[in-house]
Design a binder for this molecule. Structure first.
Ligand code: GRF
Length: 188
């Protein structure tokens, strides 16, 4: 069994899809949800599915062991970021080399980097007058939104789109593909 920890600090709609996709899966299990915000919706998602949660502390994450010891004790094999905004520290990158994946709501390398999250991404895409956006699923390295691309999917940006309507189209793509791409990666 490959054990996943989902790192998320937002609403957790992607986390919910991933949890549902792997419930009763033969070889992949979502073992934990790791979060840095006590009020985050993703904690209710985890509770609803009876998945263990871990609320992490900034000091231990950035200046301590990056929670590597605890994650290893819990036999976590893969870390899946789904709306997790803290940068992954070097200790954790080293502990889980090649086993940390992120999803970004645009076609990287465009519209990525520090500060490019949530509505900021979609506002920038609309301001650019691009007629296409999409999602990128990628390996995580020491730079924001930078590691090797594993998968991209595209969707149109329509002339009357707002950040809100574009976000909804992107979210639908994320929900459709993120669980499948994780499955392909972990089960290949
Ligand atoms: C997603 O759009 C993802 O691309 C980004 O954060 C968002 C999380 O949304 N990294 P949700 O909490 O899964 O709804």
């Amino acid at each position: 069994m490959k054990r996943i920890a989902i790192f998320a600090s937002g609403t957790g709609t992607n986390a919910a899809r991933i949890i549902e996709h792997f419930s009763n899966h033969a070889s992949v299990q979502v073992a934990m949800v790791v979060c840095n915000k006590p009020q985050a919706g993703v904690l209710s998602v985890a509770a609803h599915h009876q998945i263990e949660t871990l609320l992490i502390d900034r000091d231990r994450f950035f200046s301590g062991d990056g929670y590597v010891t605890l994650l290893q004790e819990k036999k976590i094999d893969w870390i899946i970021l789904a709306g997790f905004l803290w940068k992954v520290p070097p200790t954790l990158l080293q502990g889980y080399k090649g086993h940390i994946v992120n999803i970004h709501p645009a076609l990287l390398p465009a519209f990525g980097g520090k500060g490019m999250y949530g509505q900021h991404v979609h506002e920038a895409v609309i301001a650019s007058k691009n007629t296409e956006s999409g999602i990128t699923i990628h390996q995580v390295d020491e730079e924001y939104d930078h590691g090797a691309t594993l998968f991209q999917a595209r969707c149109p940006v329509l002339p009357d789109d707002t950040a809100h309507t574009l976000a909804a189209r992107i979210h639908a793509l994320e929900h459709q593909y993120y669980p499948r791409v994780i499955e392909e990666l972990l089960c290949r």
